[in-house]
Design a protein around this ligand. Sequence first.
Ligand code: UD1
Length: 435
Amino acid sequence: MGKLYIEGGKPLAGKIEISGAKNSAVALIPAALLADGPVVIENLPRIQDVEIYTEILRDMGAELLWEDDWIEIDGRSLRTTTMPNGRVKKLRASYYLWGALLGKCGEVSVGLPGGCDLGPRPVDLHIKGFQALGARVENKNGMLSLKAERLRGARIYLDLVSVGATINIMLAAARAEGVTVIENAAREPEIVDVATLLNNMGANIKGAGTDVIRIEGTDRLRGCRHTIIPDRIEAGSYMILAAAAGADIVIENVIPKHLESVSAKLREIGAEVSEGDDSIHVIGRTKYRPVDVKTAPYPGFPTDLQQPMTTLLTQVKGSSIITDNIYASRFRHVDELRRMGAAIKVEGRSALIDGGAKLVGAKVVATDLRAGFALVIAGLISNGVSEIDGVQHIERGYENLVGKLQGLGASVWKEAGEASNVTRRKTINGTQLDA
Ligand code: UD1
C-alpha cells in the first residue's frame, strides 16, 4: 500500500495538461480486439487501469506495442477467450471483454469485474443486451460465460442509463448480423469516442451521444488509428481543486463542452470560470455561496466528481447538500474528511455539509479512486501534513498525479521507494515521515 504525503496550505497556480480519458481508454483497448488488423490508440494515459488491461490482453495472446502515449494492439494472435479471476478482478472495465470477444469470437468466459467499491454494481443490463443479441449466458463460479453461434441485431431498451451496458452492447452488435437499436442509451462522451473508433474500423454506428444508438453490424472490421478524447473527470478534478484552493489554474487539453455541468456549478458557488477553445481557466475565491448538487448521467453533474466536490463544499460557509443519484453509497470519503475536521452527515444518498471549517492534516485512507482525489484536495487546502494511504487507488485514474501537483506548486510526495514521481523527504516540520 503506497502513501502520499501532502503539506497543505501552499499557494497553487499554473497550467495543467489533461491526459487521455481513462473511461475511454479501458473501452477502446478491448474494442481494438474486434479488428482484423492492428489498431493504434493515441493519447493513452499511463495509469494503472490501462496497465492492467494491457497485461490481461497480453496474457490472452494479443500483440501489444506501447510507446510513450500510444499503443498498437493486434488481436489477430489472440489464443484464448477465457480469462478467469485474478487480473480481471482488479478493474471494473474488464467487463468490456464480454462484448468485444462475444463480437469477435462468438464466445467468451471472463471473471466478474472488480473496480471501485461504490456499493452494489450489478451487470444485469449487460446480460440483458447480450441475450437480446442471441447469446446464451451462464454465470458460474464467479465467471460469466457467453456463447452464440450467430449474433443477430435486436432492439434493446436499457431500464437504467448505463455507460458500461451501452458500450458493451455496441461492441458485440458491431459484429452482429443486422441492425441493433439501443434505446435509453447513455450519452457520455466516452461512448461517442468508442463509436468513433468502431466507425473508423469500418462499423456503421449512428446516434452515439444521443439516447438512441443504431448499429448496423458487419462481419469484418479493419485496423485504424484513433486519438482518445481528453479526460473530463481528471479535468473536473483539477477545476474543483482550483476552486477549493482559491487558486488560479488553467486546465489545458480539454473539451470545455464536456465540462459544462462542472463549470456551471463552480460559477454558481462564485468561482470564476472561463472557457477557451481547448482550455478552461478557473480562478478560485475565498468566499463562496452554498449550493445543492445532484449527480446524474451525462450531461448532468458526474458522480465521479461528487467526492471531490464534497471537499470543496466543506470550504463554503453554510449548508450544502450533495446527492448521488447514481451510486447511493458512494460516501466512503466522508469519514476520512471528518478526520480532517469537516462537518458532514450522510443521510440516505445525500451528504449534508456544514461548510466553513478549516481542515487540518491527518492520516487518512483513500478507499477508492475519486475518494482519493477528494482527500488530495483536502490535504492541499488543510493546515499541516496529511498522510494518504491507498495511493494505488488514485493512480488507477490520475496520470502523473504527483508531478502535475508539484507543477502547480504543491508540496506533495510519495512514500520513498514508490514508482516514478518520488521525492525523498525525511522530515517536515520536524516530523519523521517516511523513514
Ligand atoms: C461508468 C464509469 C464510472 C462512472 C459510471 C457512472 C467506466 C469504466 N466507469 O461505470 O467511472 O462512475 O459509469 O457514470 O466507464 N447498473 C445496473 N445494472 C447494470 C449496469 C448498471 O443496475 O447492468 C446501475 C449501476 O449500479 C449504477 C447505474 O446503473 O447505479 C449506472 O452505472 P453504469 O453507467 O453502468 O456505470 P459503469 O459503466 O459501471
